[in-house]
Structures are given as C-alpha cells and as structure tokens.
Design a protein around this ligand. Structure first.
Ligand code: AMP
Ligand code: MG
Length: 421
C-alpha cells in the first residue's frame, strides 16, 4: 500500500477505513531511523539503544579459576578416579586476586572462589568434602576424585572476539553488566528522540485546580509524559492548548522546528471543535485514519517539515491503547531498536464472545495463572473513558474482527508490563 491510497484530503469527510495491520505497515515504512550517536558511560547507558556491536577483546574469565572455596590438588595419575581415601599436604594459600605457586604432584593448595588455578593443579575439591588436620597443613578425602572438578575454564562465559551485545539492543541492567565484564567503559548509543507534545480540549484542567462544571482533569498529559519517558525520549511538553485552529497551528510550529516527533491527544475526530487535522493539513501533510479497532478508531499520522506527527484520540483508554499499539513500536523503530514490534503471548478466555463485531477489539483483562495457558477475565466496564480498567488489568486480549466464541478461546495477549517497559 502506498500513502496515496490511504491519504485523504482535507475536504473529504469520509476518512479511509484501515485494518490495524495496514496502519502498522504504513507507520513502519514511514519511520525514519535515528542515525546520530554519542558515547555514554555505562552508568548512563540504561535503556538507551546500542548503536554498535560490542565485541569482546578478552576471554571471561581470563584464566582457569576455582568455582568453590576448597583445595586445589595436583592429583597423581594413580589417584585419578581411584576408590579409597587420600591425604594431601597443603603447601599454599590462594585467595581471589592472587597467584599461587606451581603445585607439585600429590600436594594441595587452599583456594578460594574465583582464585586462579595454580600451575600443576588438575582438580579442586570442595572444603565440605575434606577433613582438615588441626593445624590446617593436611587434608584427607574419602571419595574418588576426577580431573577438572570445580574448575571454571578460561573463556567459560565469553571468548575473545565474541559479539556480546548487538546494535539495536535497548540496554537492560544485565546488558550493561555484560559490557562491564569485558572491560568496556563507554557505549555508543543513538541520540535520544525528541518528542514534542500537547493536549487539545477546552474542557481540560490541570490536576491541583478545582473543577468547574463540564471540566475534566487532563490525564492524557500524564500518561503520555510517563510513557515517553519510559521509552527514554526527551519530552517537550506544551501542555493544554485550547480548541482553536490558530493556537493549534502555533503550538505545532513551535514543536516542528526541533522535534523528531510531535504527538497530541484529542481533536482528531471531524467535529467543529477538532482542529488538529486542519492544522496539520495546513502546515504539512496528514492522513486521518479510521482504524478498524476498538478502542481508538481515529488516529492521525503525518509530517510537518521533518517532524513526524501522531495524533492520538482523546479518550484516555483509546489514547493509551493506540500509544501502545502504534506509537510505541513506531518510536522504537525511529530510536534504532532492532526488535521494535510488540510481542504477544497466548491466553485462553474466561468469557464468551457472542456477538461478532466488525472492529478488532483490545479488551482489558486480568490473568489467572493457575491454568495453562493462563485464563483471562474481562474488566466489567470496557468503555474508552474508563481509565480504571487499565490500572486493574494485567494486559490486553486481542479479539479478532467478526469473531464469536465461547470460554476457552485461545487469543493473543499483550502484557501491560511489556508495554510499559
Ligand atoms: P476528542 O477526541 O477531543 O473529541 O475527545 C474525546 C473525549 O476524550 C472527550 O470526552 C474528552 O473530554 C476526552 N479527553 C480529551 N483529551 C483528554 C485529556 N487530555 N485527558 C482526559 N480526557 C480527555
Ligand atoms: Mg476535544
């Protein structure tokens, strides 16, 4: 599909009806991947996107070492796997970080976890399996001993020239730790995406102020700032903008000058009070989509100059769900993340779905993990204004368009833990 087919000029009231998959394909095609990078210290690298493969220049560990506190032994040939007890003289002591002397046949060295195996040693016996003489100079063992017991060989974790982390990875704590383990102190990451946001609606009031009749608190503002921060974006927030074409154009112009992406909520329907579409149309190019999904039918996508534009619906659940399903993977692709699409798992429904509906539906559910697969129960109110449903839920179940089923249907599930990571 090309943009022509689903584009819709300003005067046309009829907007294109798109499947969710068509809309996602269009977004992914349009996402311009970040190319600017900089170096950050490991402490500042968390959740940034790695711009270059990290290749190890060392083996980890760099030397054979003991996996246990115990005794390194130079087992003689006739002592290997031989039944009966042996006695060894302890002639050295090797804590982690120090190097022991060469161990002669039939002798032992006290050794601690992580300490290098001394030359000559060919096995390590746990201290719990030894009897030690009072002066600590002699040990006795009672079971057959094999070669290489409790020895972590050089390169056991990582070998020189292994690619340990790949470009496009969003760095998690364990990734940062792995980079540290090969001695890398700084990582090259993609620059943060700059996202400019504002919120349309004459009815919107900031929390902390008293409400007059007809007013509501602006919850989308806090949802969007939090979601974007979690995605490690730099956020420029213009706050509430009144329902006026002029003010909407002014806000867009301010943001378009230096944002990679502009996002708004509300004002994307085709009512007289909806000014986002005409404003973006005037300053750039806009496609207004009616997506065959619920919640969140209207979604706007376009460009103002170099900035991409996403207009989310105003209803809080619709805004969040369309953020999760469209904006999030789009942003991740722009950030240079290689696995940018949302991941799903499968669950079984704990409910019937009797009436087929033409739109794909994303219902808020809680999971019961005592069944396999887990079973999903519906929040009783699924309206797009019921934000409590998202707080109650563990995730979203995707109900295919035109489907009816009874309890036990296996469906795709989007975990809110993953979607808000
Ligand atoms: P709109 O898309 O502007 O027609 O808004 C649809 C519904 O979402 C209306 O009930 C609005 O009051 C509500 N809404 C719009 N923006 C917000 C917001 N920022 N926070 C909470 N609710 C909103
Ligand atoms: Mg509005």
């Amino acid at each position: 599909m090309n943009s022509q087919e689903i584009d819709c000029s300003c005067d046309q009231v009829q907007q294109p009806l798109l499947s969710m998959d068509e809309a996602l394909d269009f977004l992914f095609d349009a996402a311009v991947v970040n190319t600017n990078t900089h170096f950050v210290s490991l402490d500042n690298s968390l959740y940034q996107v790695l711009a270059q493969d990290i290749c190890s220049t060392i083996n980890v560990p760099d030397f054979d070492n003991s996996a246990m506190d115990g005794y390194a032994i130079n087992l003689k040939k006739d002592q290997i796997n031989t039944p009966g007890g042996f006695s060894f003289e302890v002639i050295d002591r090797i804590p982690a970080g120090s190097i022991g002397n060469t161990l002669t046949p039939g002798h032992a060295a006290r050794i601690f976890t992580g300490a290098p195996i001394p030359q000559g040693a060919n096995t390590v016996i746990m201290q719990e399996e030894c009897e030690t003489s009072e002066d600590g100079n002699r040990i006795e063992t009672w079971r057959p001993l094999s070669l290489g017991e409790n020895i972590r060989p050089m390169g056991n974790d990582i070998q020189t020239r292994d690619v340990i982390l790949q470009a496009g990875l969003q760095l998690k704590p364990q990734d940062v730790a792995l980079a540290a383990s090969v001695g890398v102190a700084e990582l090259e990451v993609f620059n943060k995406l700059k996202v400019g946001i504002f919120f349309t609606g004459d009815e919107l009031i900031e929390p902390g102020n008293a409400l007059n009749k007809g007013e509501i608190y602006n919850s989308n503002r806090y949802a969007l700032v939090a979601l974007l921060k979690q995605l490690n974006c730099e956020v420029i927030n213009l706050g509430n903008i009144k329902d006026s074409l002029d003010l909407t154009c002014k806000a867009l112009k301010i943001l378009a000058s230096d944002c990679d992406l502009i996002m708004t909520t509300g004002g994307v329907s085709v009512g007289e009070e909806d000014h986002v579409k005409p404003a973006v149309d005037k300053l750039g190019k806009l496609s207004l989509w009616r997506i065959k999904m619920k919640p969140g039918k209207p979604l706007a996508f376009g460009h103002i100059g170099e900035s991409a534009f996403i207009g989310l619906p105003g209803n809080p659940v619709s805004a969040m769900v369309t953020f999760f399903l469209f904006a999030r993977p789009f942003i991740k692709k722009m950030q240079g993340v290689s696995v940018y699409k949302n991941q799903t798992t499968q669950v079984q429904t704990n409910f019937d779905w009797r009436r087929p509906k033409p739109r794909r539906e994303f219902v808020r559910v809680k999971l019961d993990h005592s069944t396999i697969p887990a079973s999903a129960s519906l929040y009783p109110k699924q309206g797009s204004d019921v934000l409590s449903s998202v707080v109650w839920a563990d995730g979203l179940v995707e109900i295919p368009e035109d489907s009816a089923f009874t309890q036990g249907e296996i469906l795709n599930y989007y975990s809110l833990t993953d979607l808000t990571l």
